[in-house]
Ligand binder design. Structure first.
Ligand SMILES: Nc1ncnc2c1ncn2[C@@H]1O[C@H](COP(=O)(O)OP(=O)(O)OP(=O)(O)O)[C@@H](O)[C@H]1O
Ligand SMILES: [Mg+2]
Length: 308
């Protein structure tokens, strides 16, 4: 209904703007969602939520994009980081439940504004992690062949309001991560500089390969190192050798074909990240101009150039 109304208003504005009467209003512009970016790694604590916050902020403030964040992690961390309250009534679990109904999904009630203009969110809920909820989604998937996250994303796209959707995901090899991943267009993996971190990327990539059976166009953008303490020689030695080895390990899992990149930008370890968590804001907002913000800006530029 509201999109019909928007269309009618846009038509009128267009008509009068052609006659020199009014200028088009930005908020009413129709927008195609070009990317659904999934920030993921099976390993916990590698910087998924931090990256989601920084990318949402940079896409909105640098790129001038309209961003929708979906908190697909029962921990609700990105919801808090964006200055919202997790577990509220109209959160992602309620939205997914409605998506499993026969009626068309109205996603509007589940979208909340954040402290940042240009960034909205579907907030997280700890119900996501509960067995009964995951079982309900699996049963729905087996019964209908449909992915509830795909229905949510399709309903968001139909609003024609967001340029990009960014999903923050849960650290585990289960449906809590599989469904959001399969509903995405692009996968980005933060990784900490350790063998366990690399193993996390490889397990996640195995899931990308498997997910392509359901979503052949799913693109693996690649991995980047986060939390690098470049003051230690251990870290300074580890990253270049891991940058060499990781692409060949990925290609072995992809029938010998290269896939994705290891991004040149390395995000350094910085106490400012912890401070931004406590202030519930993006590092690039509060610590603009500092090394850590510049690291994220460089990574953002690299990712944008690949995303196209
Ligand atoms: N570059 C960094 N420098 C310092 N601390 C960092 C950096 N990146 C992340 N952290 C810290 O590491 C912790 C984990 O980060 P974050 O929550 O972003 O990871 P995650 O992958 O989302 O975790 P989870 O798997 O639990 O969802 C946080 O306390 C965060 O402040
Ligand atoms: Mg997280």
């Amino acid at each position: 209904m509201s999109s019909l109304l928007d269309e009618a208003i846009i038509e009128l504005l267009d008509k009068y703007s052609k006659e020199g009467g009014v200028t088009m209003v930005d908020e009413l512009k129709q927008t195609e969602t070009t990317h659904v970016l999934c920030i993921t790694n099976y390993k916990g604590g590698v910087g998924k939520t931090t990256t989601t916050a920084e990318f949402a902020y940079l896409f909105a403030k640098r790129g001038g994009k309209q961003v929708l964040v979906i908190d697909a992690d029962g921990q609700g961390n990105i919801t808090q980081r964006m200055g919202c309250i997790p577990n509220q009534e109209n959160a992602i679990d309620a939205c997914l439940t409605m998506s499993m109904d026969r009626k068309p999904l109205n996603v509007e009630p589940y979208i909340t504004t954040t402290q940042y203009k240009g960034i909205d969110i579907i907030p997280g809920s700890n119900a996501l992690g509960q067995d009964f909820f995951q079982n309900e989604m699996s049963a729905y998937r087996s019964r209908t062949g449909k992915n509830p996250y795909q229905k949510v994303i399709d309903a968001v796209k139909a609003l024609k309001r967001y340029d990009i959707i960014i999903l923050d995901t849960h650290p585990a090899a289960d449906n809590e991560i599989r469904y959001p991943m399969q509903a995405s267009t692009d996968i980005l993996c933060p990784v900490d500089p350790s063998d366990e971190g690399i193993n996390g990327v490889l397990s996640t990539y195995a899931q990308v390969v498997e997910s392509r059976e359901a979503t052949p166009e799913l693109r693996y953008l690649g991995a980047f190192f986060n939390r690098a303490d470049l003051r230690t020689s251990q870290c300074r030695d580890y990253i270049p050798s891991a940058k060499d080895v990781l692409p060949s390990l990925i290609s072995q899992m992809n029938d010998g074909e290269e896939d994705g990149v290891v991004f040149k930008t390395v995000i350094r370890q910085s106490a400012d990240v912890g401070k931004a968590v406590n202030y519930r804001c993006a590092v690039c907002d509060r610590f603009h101009g500092k090394t850590i913000a510049r690291d994220f800006e460089k990574l953002y530029n690299e990712v944008v150039s690949i995303l196209g």
